[in-house]
Ligand binder design. Sequence first.
Ligand code: TYD
Ligand code: MG
Length: 454
Amino acid sequence: MAAAKTIHVCSACGHETPRWVGQCPGCGEWNTLVEELRARPTAVGGVRAQRAAGAVKPVVLGSVSAQEHARLSTGIGELDNVLGGGLVPGSLVLIGGSPGVGKSTLTTMALANLVAAGRSTLYVSAEESAAQIRLRAERLRGGDALAIPVIAETDLHTVLATLESERPEVCVIDSVQTLNCSDLTSAAGSVAQVREVASEIMRVAKTNRIAVLLVGHVTKDGALAGPRALEHLVDCVLQFEGERERTYRTVRAIKNRFGSTNEAGVFEMRDDGLVEVLDASARFVAEATRAPGSVVLAAMEGTRPLLVEVQALVSPSELEMPRRVVAGIDRNRLALVLAVLGRHAGIGLGASDVFVNVVGGVRIDEPGADLAVALAVASAAKGTALASAQGNPLACFGELGLTGELRSVGHAERRLAEAAKFGLEPVLEPGRCRTLREAVQQALGRERPALARA
Ligand code: TYD
Ligand code: MG
């Protein structure tokens, strides 16, 4: 009787019911009931039990030994870097990304390198058959992918038992949404299942010092759907971004208990696996179109500067609500930029469709992108190309304030140095123009020749 082992708890008010209902009888909220195992002690019960067990002696922090954990290198420099120097034994790393971005490829490559370095590994696939994993492994260059031990299994208890008997140093679980705990009646991938799967795997991983790479699917709008519930549980959350059809992908840490969250890595998906792109700026600058609507953004990917092309297209709209379509930037940021362009730079686009795209599938998540979006849109609207000296693409960065001022952003020196490396000078940035109007005039207006000469 599986049903009797579980209860449904309201995530808003904590009300418990034996079976699932759409509306919580306790607080009236909809869709807040989440299935939980009855056997597990509640938080309050847990505290009581501890009290009954007697007090413990607190230790002074200075007397705690905090040795730097010996890290396991994945053999993928960009990944090690994002992790803060490799995998920490016994840690749980969640890798989120949309289907097809390359999560299975990246984790397989990491295990292949670890195997080649003599580490014990295990690949648990709850999604693909062993034959499918083999086909992928055959494509991969480097490492020893065909020597990775795999199991194709969806049952959580079987996986836990296998982990306890095999005790690999590093294990991949692909994916957290497709493993299934048979004690719960909810479907695999539901919040209840995902939480149970992750906490059980964590328990086994910590006791056996297994470093776990937990793969999680992310919905189209970028939210770690089920896995969001896991972010507080795991040690490290990596976001793998980029689109299936595009070549470039970025990996960034959004939480890291053992390192900074400032690191990001750029990869390219090739026929024989993911390749680290160490000269991403050079490629994006070389590929920049220099056409109307194109500008180069001197962005920061973590602590590294990266030059990327931002493109815009503006066309008369036939819709009552004109289209605002973005790829690689936040949609709300575009709305803000368009409002400031209209109000403070005299470029109103209320009757136009506006499309903005960061080339190569890169995602830029920083306010420093505002000026690039504004200049790309302004250039597209006027049909005039932005080019600086020697016909090079124009580079820029800066945040827009609501009163039309340009605001400075972090790492200006490094952004300027990166642009200079590729001959993109001068750069339009807050140190050079005080307002968006000034920047638009310098880039597109009568003062443009002066910019070219500067
Ligand atoms: P995959 O790692 O299966 O994505 P995920 O696990 O995130 O869903 O791979 C995604 C895509 O990459 C897939 O469509 C095939 C392609 N691919 C390559 O282009 N080159 C390769 O070497 C491999 C292994 C996959
Ligand atoms: Mg996969």
